[in-house]
Design a protein around this ligand. Structure first.
Ligand code: BEZ
Length: 202
């Protein structure tokens, strides 16, 4: 199987961290594609009409997207502990945390596009401010939860780590750690995992 990807994408990092954690990293070939929302790569749109990464092309040619579908697929390929719990309260907690982190990533990537791709005269400050408020509120929510984060990570924790890593990568100046010591401590510990070290964007 082959992952169409761009190393800067937090959604890609979520998938790659899960692949590392589950011992599947070596089984996934990788191809860097252009992921621009205004000029998507034909190698990508041929597989995913939305032109979005990550996109996992299986050996039979079937393409899987988005990151949630890919993570669930990968999680069924290995024999270890499941990162996407199969049922019960643990499943809904993990998936909801993943949805929160994904939403924060979407907001952050949207702001990044606004600030780097949109012509300056067309930028809409109110929109950017509101995306940043979503991120702030998500961070506050996670700060309240962080003390209870399990030592055994699930897909929600992987997604949160990818989101925080992206904030460090693109929005370092915004200082997300300020006033959020529990989330900071959790992230510092999680970032030491080999899966996080191996996927850190440069
Ligand atoms: C970025 O450069 O920040 C980026 C690249 C691809 C997808 C999302 C974000």
């Amino acid at each position: 199987m082959k992952l169409l990807f761009s190393p800067a994408s937090p959604f890609v990092r979520k998938v790659l961290v899960l692949a590392h954690e589950t011992g599947l990293g070596e089984r996934i070939d990788r191809e860097v594609v252009r992921a621009s929302p205004i000029d998507p790569d034909p190698r990508l749109t041929r597989r995913n009409p939305l032109g979005k990464i990550p996109c996992l092309v299986l050996d039979n040619g079937q393409a899987l997207y988005d990151s949630r579908v890919i993570c669930e697929y990968l999680d069924r390929l290995h024999g270890g502990r499941r990162f996407v719990p199969g049922d019960g309260q643990a499943r809904w907690a993990a998936l909801t945390r993943e949805a929160l982190a994904d939403g924060m990533m979407e907001a952050a990537v949207g702001v990044r596009y606004e600030e780097t791709l949109r012509p300056e005269e067309a930028r809409w400050e109110v929109w950017t401010t509101n995306q940043k408020l979503k991120i702030r509120d998500g961070l506050d929510w996670l700060e309240d939860e962080a003390a209870d984060f399990s030592a055994l990570p699930d897909i929600g924790h992987v997604a949160v780590a990818a989101a925080l890593g992206y904030l460090d990568f693109r929005f370092d100046a915004d200082g997300w750690r300020e006033g959020r010591p529990k989330l900071e401590a959790w992230f510092e510990a999680f970032s030491e995992r080999p899966s996080m070290r191996a996927t850190k964007p440069v």
